[in-house]
Design a protein around this ligand. Structure first.
Ligand SMILES: [Zn+2]
Ligand SMILES: [Zn+2]
Length: 176
């Protein structure tokens, strides 16, 4: 009630501190030690925290799901690589889509960029797992470098799946 009369503001968190700043989101008066300078102006810590939650909602358990679901599904998908040859160009994006949907469901649509990267990395690991022995054989010189031709399709599959998973998961963030 006295607020209208006096122009002096007091920090919402420190009632004894006079201030001239207000949070530009919730309009709460805030002192200089409570104000956070953001690209859009001064904000209170509560608003900054609330804003961050929108962009980074992943829980630790989500990272576990974002690792194991892609690595298993991507590995299963990679079993097809040897059978379908060229059609892997059609199948890999579908596998990536399935993985992205499964991760979204398992994580309750929570998100964070590191989590998307974990999912993409796990997809890559699962996809290339079968090819790793071939790489070792080539490195050890047991077989000639021509054996590396067997790595080409798994590598294409892996790249397609990992990029599909990442773009689908992070695409959700852009659309909202
Ligand atoms: Zn605020
Ligand atoms: Zn304060």
């Amino acid at each position: 009630m006295t607020e209208e009369k006096s122009s002096t503001l007091y920090c919402a968190n420190h009632p004894t501190r006079e201030t001239y700043l207000r949070c530009n989101r919730c309009e709460k008066p805030i002192c200089t030690s409570c104000a956070v300078h953001t690209p859009t102006g001064y904000r209170c810590k509560d608003c900054v925290r609330a804003q961050q939650k929108i962009f980074d909602t992943a829980q630790p358990i989500d990272y576990v799901a974002a690792f194991f679901i892609p690595i298993i599904l991507s590995f299963l998908g990679s079993l097809l690589v040897g059978m379908v040859g060229f059609f892997i160009f059609l199948i890999a994006p579908v596998v990536g889509w399935v993985i992205a949907e499964a991760v979204r469901k398992a994580t309750g649509r929570r998100r964070s960029k590191p989590m998307f990267l974990v999912a993409a990395g796990a997809s890559a690991l699962g996809g290339i797992a079968l090819a790793i022995p071939i790489l070792f054989i080539a490195l050890l010189g047991v077989a000639g470098p021509e054996i590396l031709i067997d790595v080409v399709w798994p590598a294409i599959y892996t790249a397609l799946v990992a990029t599909t998973v990442y773009s689908r998961l992070s695409g959700i963030q852009i659309r909202r």
